[in-house]
Design a protein around this ligand. Structure first.
Ligand SMILES: Nc1ncnc2c1ncn2[C@@H]1O[C@H](COP(=O)(O)OP(=O)(O)O)[C@@H](O)[C@H]1O
Ligand SMILES: [Mg+2]
Length: 254
């Protein structure tokens, strides 16, 4: 891709004795959908949290739309057009669907600044319809919804925001096949429109090969594989991961 909206250079991150990221280099082209694969604990979520401003790297550089940037916070990243659906969702259980949808982005009427509840309701309905998810009542606390519905709300919130760099951390994890297909349809639509760039963490190789332009594999805190999806296959990806298990088993056996 000619123009990178995001570049990560030599990023490292430790948590006490654990090195989550060793030396990560990654780039994302404008309009590109990048699939990120990797074993549990490989560092996927940590990388996404650094790009979304939720955590700071220990070292390394981040370039957003060409400019080297030190992200100060999630709000700072959001102001640059980066928005994330976290694996652990970041919905507030006690709040209802509309309140969650507009969490930290509440709309107010001007010049008298009271919350535009009706407008937020309408936009919530619109965003959920866009995803194709059926949430019968918007006034219920999200704690009472299914995992898939909650996931869909988090995705709808991000897709409906004005972000143009969207990070999806295992968006299909809590979902059944039907709900998952809806999310993949949304990704396909965004990909066809070409306006937003997406990093999607997933476990299913077939989903990645079908929904993404390019695939990266992260192993032990490093990107070890980077190819356009058209130039790789389920077999090739599988082989790399099987080899990783073999090495891990050999290490464990001493
Ligand atoms: N906040 C944290 N505190 C301590 N260790 C963490 C924290 N976040 C992640 N880790 C560790 O960093 C490694 C990578 O985690 P993570 O990025 O969540 O992996 P993945 O999303 O690929 O499963 C794991 O060993 C995990 O236990
Ligand atoms: Mg994770």
């Amino acid at each position: 891709m000619s123009e990178d909206v995001l570049r990560v250079e030599n990023v490292a991150k430790r948590f006490g004795p654990v090195t989550a990221l060793h030396d990560v280099n990654l780039h994302l082209g404008k309009g590109e959908v990048l699939g990120l694969l990797g074993d549990n604990g490989a560092g996927k979520s940590t990388l996404i949290k650094i790009i979304s401003g939720f955590q700071k790297p220990d070292s390394g550089k981040l370039f957003v739309k060409g400019d080297e940037t030190e992200l100060r916070s999630v709000d700072h990243a959001r102001s640059l057009g980066i928005d994330c659906v976290y694996q652990d969702l970041a919905l507030v259980n006690q709040l209802d669907v509309v309140q969650n949808m507009f969490l930290r982005r509440e709309q107010v009427h001007r010049p008298i600044p009271f919350l535009a509840r009706k407008r937020m309701r309408e936009q919530t309905r619109e965003a959920l319809d866009e995803i194709g998810v059926n949430v019968p009542r918007l006034g219920v606390p999200v704690a009472r919804l299914s995992g898939g519905q909650r996931q869909a709300i988090a995705v709808a919130r991000t897709v409906h925001s004005d972000a143009d760099i969207i990070l999806l951390d295992e968006p299909l994890a809590a979902m059944g096949a039907k709900e998952g297909a809806m999310i993949l349809d949304v990704v396909a639509r965004l990909r066809a429109e070409g306006k937003v760039s997406i990093i999607m963490i997933a476990h299913n190789y077939v989903h990645v090969l079908e929904s993404c332009d390019r695939v990266n594999l992260i192993q032990d805190g490093e990107i070890t594989f980077d190819k356009p999806t058209g130039e790789t296959s389920v077999e090739e990806l599988n082989e790399i991961v099987v080899e990783e298990y073999r090495r891990a088993r050999a290490r464990a056996a001493g």
